[in-house]
Design a binder for this molecule. Sequence first.
Ligand code: XMP
Length: 325
Amino acid sequence: DWNMPDYISEAVAAIRAQVGSDDVILGLSGGVDSSVAAALIHRAIGNQLTCVFVDHGLLRLDEGKMVMEMFAENLGVKVIRIDAAQQFMGHLAGVSDPEQKRKIIGREFVEVFQVESAKIKNAKWLAQGTIYPDVIESAGKGKKGHTIKSHHNVGGLPETLHLKLLEPLRELFKDEVRKLGVALGLPEAMVYRHPFPGPGLGVRILGEVKQDFADLLRRADAIFIEELRNTPVEGTDQNWYQATSQAFAVFLPVKSVGVMGDGRTYEYVVALRAVQTLDFMTAQWAHLPHELLGKVSNRIINEVRGINRVVYDISGKPPATIEWE
Ligand code: XMP
């Protein structure tokens, strides 16, 4: 139960005391934690902070543009955007095993970040958006199969780059991080976004990741999210985006037959996933209204050429996981 303006001035003073006149590098992912960390550190030390935003080509529609607008244009934060989509696609070509894909994305991310960070000559600090639950989680065992946030907490980087770690959110819970973000001037829509996995669309394109699949998926996903945001939950003041914990589209590299006009189509399938959960360890599938699902399905099939069938995932966790890979 802390007072936000006081908290911000204390945190700012602590960051200034810690880094002095040194320069700081931060890996911006577009996620809530690294964004709030960037905004806070920028408030404290302004241009001594340089953010590196690695775009792996597996982000949501317009996400890269939004990150740049928010930080570089609106907040005046120094951000270097690295368009590494080709490099990531190249390394992912021919790979269909989910864990292998995660490893490659994590490894390439570290690689690109390392190369770019080394160019920022005077930096002495590496800032990360580590929050309290991450501290707890990495103290424990972690989850079988998934290395959660392997992508964000650029493991080993501080040592190879000879940097000291700056983690100003280490003591905060997620809801506190969000309130801090809003108080620092980040848009609510950004700060209250659903979680997005580090490997991004890489784990939502089943099997081999291909550029065209990513492009189709991005558009289908954006339609789903837009309709969730635009549909109120009856009897509440929330919309369906707010009433779900995580929602997204999944690309299935399976073709099925359809009809369009006089013609037969033979195209790909998109699955929609929406869950409600408190801790992401267990989750229920969201009982979205049929009208909403119907509208999303029609829009995806009409607007995204290459998709002729949409299905809804009604599996709980366990036994299914939230992501499909
Ligand atoms: P699952 O699919 O295991 O996901 O039910 C639980 C939560 O974790 C997220 N998730 C990840 N986040 N890197 C991340 O940063 C990953 O590799 C990863 N895998 C799953 C998932 O989106 C959900 O919120």
